[in-house]
Write a protein of this length. Structure first.
Length: 198
């Protein structure tokens, strides 16, 4: 049991000595760097802990948007755009019934109704409508939303890590300049004592 405590406490004690332990050779800039490392590590752990929250919030918002949409069937009153290599989008006139039962007509795009590609006039295509009867993009499936949520959580953690690494690098750069200036100042005093001049 004592060996286990020593093994666990060893690295922690070494880190404590490195950052806050008494050491006459440690410069104030070294203590500042140690404090920055501890602070940025704590912030990174908080970012990693918060990353899943962002993913969950994205998932909930996507599911809420999906819940506000109602599926409906639209009938094309003109032929849909033809599939072509150079054609990336298109639209077609159609009519549909809104959730409140009123008849609506307008244009469906290939993003709001992907089924219009190459469809003839009179074809029935599925659309997703708001409560007011306006066509919207089809909702993503549960798998796609879940995957996007996981990727957002991972991206948030990685982005936080990159930002914190850049902060550390900038801090280290400023501290190194300060250390170099202090070393040059001290060497200008001590150097002549160590070297002989002719």
């Amino acid at each position: 049991m004592a060996d286990t405590v020593t093994a666990v406490g060893g690295p922690v004690q070494r880190l404590a000595r490195l950052f806050i332990g008494p050491n006459k050779l440690r410069r104030p800039s070294d203590r500042i760097e140690g404090a920055v490392v501890v602070l940025l590590s704590a912030v990174f752990l908080a970012a990693v802990a918060a990353a899943p929250w962002f993913g969950v919030r994205f998932y909930q918002s996507q599911r809420a948007d999906t819940a506000r949409l109602r599926p409906a069937i639209a009938v094309l009153t003109q032929a849909g755009p033809s599939n072509g290599l150079l054609v990336t989008s298109g639209e077609a006139a159609a009519r549909w019934r809104a959730p409140d039962g009123q008849r609506r007509s307008g244009f469906l795009t290939t993003t709001t109704a992907p089924g219009i590609w190459g469809a003839p006039a009179g074809a029935r295509v599925q659309v997703w409508l708001t409560r007011s009867g306006q066509p919207q993009d089809p909702p993503s499936g549960s798998w796609e939303v879940g995957f996007a949520s996981v990727m957002i959580a991972i991206g948030a953690a990685c982005s936080g890590g990159i930002v914190l690494f850049v902060c550390y690098w900038l801090c280290r750069l400023a501290l190194d300049r300060r250390r170099l200036a202090a070393w040059a100042s001290e060497w200008s005093v001590a150097g002549p004592r160590w070297t002989t001049r002719r």
